[in-house]
Design a protein around this ligand. Structure first.
Ligand code: NAD
Length: 477
């Protein structure tokens, strides 16, 4: 199949295999210069109904295709994404703000997920077999999935829903964040030659489109990634039609640094893992607990490292910190920076808007040992403001790491793997790492404990969340 090259000037919905427009349009903003990005559709209930009807029709046939057929189509689709990765990366930087190198990384991860997830086999398990009866537990596709995506990783997080849905035999309708609709619409456009009409559709819209999707009786499952507050609303809405839900929600990850670490070796890793994507990642390090024996030395070296990371538009090749993605989040960041003064905190590093810049740029903040109940510790900032907290007692630091409603990720850093394991075993989080953070792979389930989510994505467990479980009873006589 010829590779389709990407036009990044016109953006339309994909409904039933066609590129379609809507009566009204809107546009996103390039966060590096506040200039309008191109127009995108504003879908209404009418477009959603068309997409759901097409998806339901497509599901009937697609669910009967073999895993092998679906795997082949997904591989060919991944090749098309790869052939267009430069254009997609530039578009991602333009809409999301992240540096081009980080946009490329996101696409690289998305390709890895797209190619690896369809290698996972869904098992059929014989749970009983005797002379009279054979009983098999197996998985069958659910129907139509709605994929609701946030603005921080529009490509990766969409792919993490689209591929499992399609591979397991479902149809999927993707709804991007109104802040970052562009790459997701192009992902659907690039898919047109690879899947039957209605299998993979995308609708762009305003704030009302998400609730329309969660309410729609023709949709069987919602996979939602976003904030914990919205997650609660999504679940309440899905309850009305008993939709299946997977919720990937907010986090406030702690990293516990023991006193035996090689400070110079871990600082660059911890610096990147705290501030990647201008800290707009659900599971970057958001609280850094450093053992008191190394605290002062660590603090000086950590601040020096972070201070040297360049800030600027993502199109500049050397930049590490791109802008905050949108004006709402920019205001939230400034509001949190203001607590440095109002809560009498000690900022060892800046934390301010950058005067005279064209976009939503801020400089990072590092707060020196703030009280555990300060807002910079308790709230998920989703902005580059990081508390550095002293600890001395293991039991106490574990209690502090576990002390919030969130439970997405947590890590411990030590040369002593036994100590690391002892601490990691007590962490209340969907992902616990020793000497790492933010490691996610397509073959390993990923999800949150407590208010960080329900269910999981990726791995076999993630795939089964797009399936019903069915028990097949075969009476032999
Ligand atoms: P958000 O909750 O504001 O929006 C997420 C998506 O939901 C968007 O597409 C939005 O349009 C849609 N939406 C908003 N209200 C809705 C409603 N009532 N019904 C249905 N859909 C609705 O989140 P955001 O600001 O885009 O993303 C940032 C948040 O996402 C952070 O809290 C972050 O931690 C979290 N996040 C979690 C993960 C994870 O995997 N756990 C990954 C990335 C981001």
């Amino acid at each position: 199949m010829p590779v389709k090259m990407l036009d990044t000037t016109a953006f339309r919905n994909v409904i039933n295999g066609e590129l379609t427009s809507t009566a009204q349009t809107r546009h996103g903003i390039n966060p590096a210069n506040k200039q309008p990005n191109p127009d995108v559709p504003v879908s209404t209930a009418a477009e959603l109904d068309l997409a759901v009807t097409a998806a339901r029709a497509a599901f009937k046939k697609w669910s009967k295709t073999s895993f092998d057929e679906r795997r082949k189509a997904i591989h060919a689709y991944a090749d098309t994404i790869e052939a267009n990765k430069d254009a997609l990366a530039a578009l991602l930087t333009q809409e999301q703000g992240k540096p081009l190198s980080q946009a490329m990384q996101e696409i690289g991860m998305a390709l890895d997920w797209a190619r690896t997830l369809p290698t996972i086999e869904l098992p059929e398990t014989v749970v009983q077999d005797n002379d009279d009866v054979k009983t098999i537990q197996r998985y069958t596709p659910l129907g139509v999935a709605g994929a609701i995506v946030p603005w921080n990783y529009p490509i990766l997080l969409a792919i993490g829903k689209i591929i499992p849905a399609i591979y397991t035999g479902n149809a999927v309708i993707v709804k991007p964040s109104p802040f970052t609709p562009y790459c997701d619409l192009k992902l659907a456009e690039l898919a047109i030659p690879h899947f039957p009409p209605g299998v993979f559709q995308a609708l762009s819209g305003g704030d009302d489109l998400g609730p329309m999707i969660t309410e729609h009786p023709g949709i069987d499952k919602i996979s939602f990634t976003g904030s914990t507050g919205t997650g609660r609303r999504v679940m309440a809405s899905c309850a009305k039609t008993l939709k299946r839900v997977t919720l990937e929600l907010g986090g406030n990850d702690a990293a516990i640094i023991c006193d035996d670490v090689d400070i110079d070796a871990v600082i660059p890793q911890l610096g990147i893992l705290s501030f990647l994507c201008t800290s707009q990642i659900c599971m970057v390090i958001k609280r850094l607990y450093v053992h008191e024996n190394i605290y002062d030395t660590f603090r000086a070296k950590f601040v020096a490292f972070v201070k040297a990371l360049p800030i600027g538009p993502g199109t500049n090749p050397d930049v590490f910190f791109g802008p905050i993605q949108n004006s709402m989040q920019y205001e939230k960041a400034k509001n949190l920076f203001a607590t440095i003064k109002s809560e009498n905190l000690t900022a060892i590093l800046g934390g301010a808007e950058i005067p005279d810049s064209d976009g939503y740029f801020v400089s990072p903040a590092i707060i020196d040992n703030p009280p555990e109940d300060s807002r910079v510790v308790r709230e998920e900032p989703f902005a580059p403001i990081l508390p550095l907290l002293r600890w001395s007692d293991e039991e106490d630091v574990v209690a502090r790491a576990n002390g919030l409603e969130y439970g997405l990720g947590a890590s411990v850093w030590t040369k002593d793997l036994e100590r690391g394991r002892r601490i990691a075993d007590q962490l209340e989080a969907g992902s616990a790492w020793i000497n790492a953070h933010f490691e996610v792979k397509p073959f390993a389930p990923f999800g949150g404990h407590k208010s960080s989510g329900i269910g999981s994505e990726l791995g076999l467990q993630g795939l089964t969340q797009y399936c019903n479980t069915q028990t097949l009873w075969i009476r032999k006589a």
